[in-house]
Design a protein around this ligand. Structure first.
Ligand code: GLN
Length: 310
């Protein structure tokens, strides 16, 4: 028998069918090919129950939703103190791909904007790691968290690589300040590969539930991240995960979250659930219009706001 919560999720998607505002991302050509009518949601509890609705089998590139996971990987590999020396912990108040660094330290403001994520990619594994080793670390960590082997989509990778001037500019700027040690081209290619990993909403919900449970995988019970690392990742997601809309999101939705330009949103509510949503039309901040609405309504209906006292 179908679980009543699945009916709830189907109803939620149905109630948003009329929402057709926003547009698919176009600056990466392959993202412009996405079917704008696709819509999916998944919720995974930290105790391992997973429910999905809508186009739950649809695969899409993870894009910026990879950032919290490579950040977690770098924090595990290099330690919190070292990573903090390279990437700061404050909201930027600027667009995700802005060419700016902190005034005095020249660090990127946080790991959720592109400058920070490129710096984080360099930190994966350890000094002297090859580009292939860093990319494999990113893909295998995300695979472990999703509970299945994920793959880099070559077409997505090539599409973004052919339009990577902005990220290359960020890479060169970071290297000029000693934040990157390798060739900027290699680090940016690795970052773009991590963004080209294909996932579905179920993967996102399970990955989010792992962060929400302080690093214990909800399906296997294995510890895959330390609780300190999860705390730091969720903290930065809270203040910077939804880009310039992060403050508005915290007030209205109240779930640490990360969005990506493919139309994905990942939420992680400590001790409770991971959420994955997908709908490709984006608002001017670069967040999925329906995804934001799905999360806002679920937060209200299911009492998920982290600041709610009871
Ligand atoms: N790969 C994309 C970029 O670097 C990710 C951006 C995003 O999802 N916001 O521009």
């Amino acid at each position: 028998m179908r679980h009543p919560f699945v009916d709830y999720l189907e109803g939620l998607l149905g109630s948003l069918e009329h929402v057709t505002e926003g547009d698919v991302a176009r600056y990466i050509p392959i993202l412009a090919e996405a079917d704008p009518s696709l819509s999916a949601v998944a919720v995974a509890t930290t105790s391992g129950r997973v429910h999905t609705a809508g186009d739950a089998d649809a695969e899409f590139s993870i894009q910026s939703v990879s950032k919290p996971f490579t950040y977690a990987g770098a924090l595990e590999d290099r330690g919190v103190e070292l990573v903090d020396e390279y990437v700061a912990l404050n909201p930027s108040g600027e667009a995700f791909n802005e060419l700016s660094l902190e005034a005095d330290s020249h660090r990127p403001d946080n790991a959720m904007i592109n400058a920070g994520a490129i710096a984080v990619h360099q930190l994966l594994v350890g000094p002297g790691a090859t580009p292939a080793e860093r990319t494999e670390r990113a893909v295998s960590l995300m695979s472990t968290l999703a509970g299945r082997r994920l793959r880099v989509d070559e077409r997505t990778f090539e599409s973004e690589m052919a339009n990577a001037d902005r990220n290359l500019a960020l890479g060169h700027m970071l290297r000029s300040h000693g934040i990157l040690q390798d060739r900027a081209e290699d680090v940016v290619a690795g970052y773009i590969a991590q963004c080209s990993v294909m996932v579905n909403v179920r993967d996102l919900a399970v990955m989010g539930a792992t962060l929400a449970s302080g690093g214990i995988h909800p399906l296997t019970g294995d510890r895959v991240l330390s609780s300190l690392v999860c705390r730091q990742v969720l903290s930065v997601m809270s203040s910077a995960g939804m880009y310039d809309a992060a403050g508005q999101w915290m007030a209205h939705v109240g779930i640490p979250a990360k969005s990506g330009v493919s139309g994905a949103v990942l939420g992680a509510l400590p001790g409770q659930v991971g959420i994955g949503t997908y709908s490709p039309r984006l608002d001017p901040f670069g967040n999925s219009v329906r995804g934001v609405e799905m999360c806002r309504i679920m937060s209200e209906d299911l009492d998920l706001h982290i600041m709610e006292a009871d």
